[in-house]
Ligand binder design. Sequence first.
Ligand code: SAM
Length: 285
Amino acid sequence: MKLTDLSTIREVMTRHGVSFQKKFGQNFLISPQVPVNIAEAAVGLMPERRGILEIGPGIGTLTRELSERADKVVALEIDSSLIPVLDETLADCPNTKVLNQDVLKTDLCELIDREFISEGLHAAVAANLPYYITTPIIMKLVESRLPLESITVMIQKEVAARLVAPAGDPEYGAITASLAYYGRVERLFNVPAGCFIPAPKVDSTVIRIVLHKNPPVDVKNEQTLFRVIRGAFAQRRKTLANSLRTEFPKEIIPAAIAAAGLSADIRGEKLSLEDFARLADLLED
Ligand code: SAM
C-alpha cells in the first residue's frame, strides 16, 4: 500500500469513515521522498538498537519509513478514529506500536523508560508535528530532560527560522536562547506546502535538535537563567536594562549588566546563551 498516493489515502479514509480533522492539525504527507528523508535524518545518526517515538502518525506514512529503519517505533496519536486505519496500514510492521494518547498529557519519561530504555534501546523522536502545538511539544520534550539522543521534526518554516536564528538576528528570541541551553538545533531541509493533503497555508522545514549531554553553560540557578531570557525579550523594542525590569528589581539591573561586560544600552537580541548565563549568575548574587 502506497500511503503517499492520493487515491490510496482517499480510499482508506473513506472505507474507515474518517476525514481530516483540522482541530488536530492534520496535514498528511503525499510526497514519497519526504518521509524517507525525515526517517533517515532521525534514525541515521543513532547508534545500534534504535528506538523511535513518533508524535502524530496520522495514517502511518512516516511511521512505515521509521519502522523500516529502527528496531522499535512507538507512535502517539490523539485521534481515536485513526487507530483502526493504523491497525491496517501498519499491519506488516511488527516492530511498531500505536498508542491512542495526547502527547501533551503523556508522562514521556515513564513511556520512554518503559518502551525503550528498559529494553536496552536508544531513543529519539521523529514527527511531522501538528502546527497548532509545535512549540509546547518541543518545549515539553526538552524541558522534561528525557533520555533522548535527538528530536527530528517537521515544523512551520517561520517557526524553524526562529529556532535556528543566531544571536543578533531579528528572528532570534526567547525560545531560540532557551532551546540552545538544551540542544544544538540544525535546519535540515524545506518542504513546500504542496507536499501535504490538505495543503497548509505555509511551507515547512525539518529541523533536528541534538540534545546536549551536559548543558553548554554552567549557571547557579537554571530558573534564573530562564527568567533573564524571558525578561530580555519581554519588551523587544526596549534596551535589555529596561526589558529586564519585568522580571528583576530595577536597582540591581545596571550593575549586573556592567559586571557582565555588556554595554548599558544593549538590546536583548544581541546576547548569546553565554552572555545570558553570566548575567543570570550576577543577578542571582
Ligand atoms: N505523520 C503524519 C504524516 O506525516 O502524514 C501526520 C502528521 S499531521 C501534521 C499531525 C498528526 O498529529 C495528526 O495525525 C494528528 O491527529 C496528530 N496529533 C495532533 N495533536 C496531537 C497530540 N496532542 N498528541 C498526539 N498526536 C496529535
